[in-house]
Write a protein that binds this ligand. Structure first.
Ligand SMILES: Cc1ncc(COP(=O)(O)O)c(C=O)c1O
Length: 485
């Protein structure tokens, strides 16, 4: 095909015989230059830039010139959330590793399909091997295995679906024939994806029973025992217990070991949502915080959060890979089968799927276990500085004592009536963005507004924190000027 004769830009595809290599190279170089220019000056833009102009959403009749396309791309980058900024510390969004950016580019170019082995012969074999290695880092046995999914919500859904299928004989006939409604237990602070999972699985979102937490935000094991007994008494059928290793708002790690024992005692599936905290497995110094995770039947882990892999990259791991596959697999008769490898689309929620494993593999090869550990240790160190700075200020209060590098706190100035504290903290969030170039988030936790930081960016330095606390102190000193809306 002659691209130009067909009215297409000469760079529409990379010609398989290299006929347009010079033109494509020029376009790619321009994008690389743009990207490096913008990412290399990320610290000069706001962590949360103002949205001033959306790109044109009209689909042009003729393709627009490349120069115009690049100009629009530049405008998109400049107005987008800027996770690379050292002051972007509000959510579980890390700066992506260079290897993962490149891995995504290459995966996009190869356009293999993780649905089946014949459509991704290398990546479909690499993914289970790599995930088995990661499962071993969590202490799961040789029987373990897993699959990548697009985010932690799907990871949790995948795990709960398998747990349900293993616990109840409903694969073919569905839930309607069950004598008792299935329920499972999480902490009240667990991620909302469990309610979604329960809803999607036909259990109803109320099948997720949120157990109360203690003053550190950790699931209360006594309350869990009571909740299990009450559910049984009420004619419900408990089938799983979920621990969270790194809750979304306070980064709290549930008492995993104790919860595993309770799950075992009641013959319940034990899932650990380590979407965030799973990265601790890469830190010899801090992996003890995950003690008990080795007893999990399934684990969700998102390298897209704290392992610096570009989105999306998440996984569900199973202690018994064969059991998972037996209880979930729906064969795709339009796919070939190989003796040595599984069609991953047959044993997981997603069918066609991006080759996310490439950027995960590239990141781990590039940084090594030691590199990952070094970043995690550095995050703990900066979190300690942050924590000390809070503790030095009597007007600041912690939501919970942090377990790792997520810190949730708020200002409770005595001079203001308590009913104005939420608004005051919302004001502080604005001030921090405008005056300290720091984006902190403003989650609702136990009915109140808090300021939350997630200290994952390796470029966030003590000087950034010093500016942040200076602005907080200044605001506190000028409290009398505050007028609530
Ligand atoms: C503890 C926890 N689990 C699950 C999720 C869901 O992950 P995702 O947003 O990738 O679907 C999150 C998201 O922040 C989370 O914090």
């Amino acid at each position: 095909m002659d691209l130009q004769q067909s009215g297409l830009p000469n760079t529409a595809f990379i010609h398989p015989q290299g006929k347009n290599q010079a033109d494509v190279a020029q376009l790619v170089q321009q994008v690389v230059d743009l990207l490096l220019g913008e990412m290399g000056t990320a610290a000069e833009r706001s962590p949360l830039p103002q949205l001033t102009r959306l790109p044109s959403h009209n689909i042009p009749n003729e393709g627009i010139p490349e120069a115009e396309l690049l100009a629009q791309l530049k405008s998109i980058i400049q107005q987008s959330m800027n996770a690379a900024h050292p002051g972007y510390i509000g959510h579980m969004d890390s700066i992506p590793s260079t290897a993962s950016i490149l891995g995504d580019l290459v995966a996009g170019a190869m356009n293999n399909n993780m649905l089946s082995v014949e459509m991704s012969p290398v990546l479909s074999r690499l993914e289970p091997l790599l995930l088995k290695e990661i499962a071993a880092m969590f202490g799961l046995p040789e029987t373990a295995g897993g699959v990548l999914v697009s985010g932690g919500s799907l990871g949790n859904l995948q795990a709960i679906a398998v747990a349900r299928n293993i616990h109840f004989p409903i694969r073919e006939k569905g839930l309607a024939g069950l004598p008792k409604p299935p329920v499972f237990f999480t902490s009240a602070a667990a991620h909302t994806s469990f309610q979604k999972a329960a809803m999607v699985l036909g259990l109803g979102s109320e099948a997720t029973i949120g157990v109360t937490t203690d003053d550190r935000g950790k699931l209360d094991c006594g309350a869990l025992q009571v909740a299990i007994a009450q559910a049984k008494q009420a004619g419900q059928a408990p089938f799983a217990v979920v621990a969270t290793a790194g809750t979304t708002v306070t980064g709290t790690i549930d008492p995993i070991e104790e919860m595993a024992a309770i799950a075992q005692k009641h013959n319940l599936w034990f899932h650990v949502d380590a979407s965030y905290g799973g990265a601790l497995a890469f830190s010899p110094q801090h992996q003890h915080l995950l003690q008990g995770i080795e007893q999990a039947d399934s684990i969700t882990f998102n390298p897209q959060k704290w392992l610096y892999v570009a989105k999306t990259c998440a996984m569900t791991l199973f202690r018994d890979a064969k059991g998972w596959q037996r209880n979930f697999r729906v064969g795709a008769p339009y796919m070939g089968n190989e003796d040595d490898a599984m069609n991953l689309g047959e044993v997981s929620l997603q069918g066609t799927r991006h080759g996310d494993v490439l950027k995960l593999w590239m990141t781990l090869q590039h940084l090594g276990k030691a590199g990952c550990a070094a970043m995690i240790e550095q995050n703990f160190a900066i979190a300690q500085v942050f924590l000390t700075s809070i503790q030095q200020r009597p007007y600041l209060k912690l939501a919970t004592k942090p377990d790792m590098n997520i810190i949730c706190f708020r200002s409770e100035p005595e001079l203001l009536p308590t009913e104005q504290w939420d608004q005051w903290n919302s004001k502080l969030q604005d001030h921090l963005l405008q005056q300290a170039d720091c984006f902190v988030s403003l989650p609702l936790y136990q009915g109140q507004r808090w300021l939350k930081v997630v200290l994952v960016n390796p470029f966030t330095a003590v000087t950034h924190l010093a500016t942040l606390f200076e602005v907080l102190d200044e605001c506190h000193a000028n409290l009398s000027e505050f007028t609530p809306a």
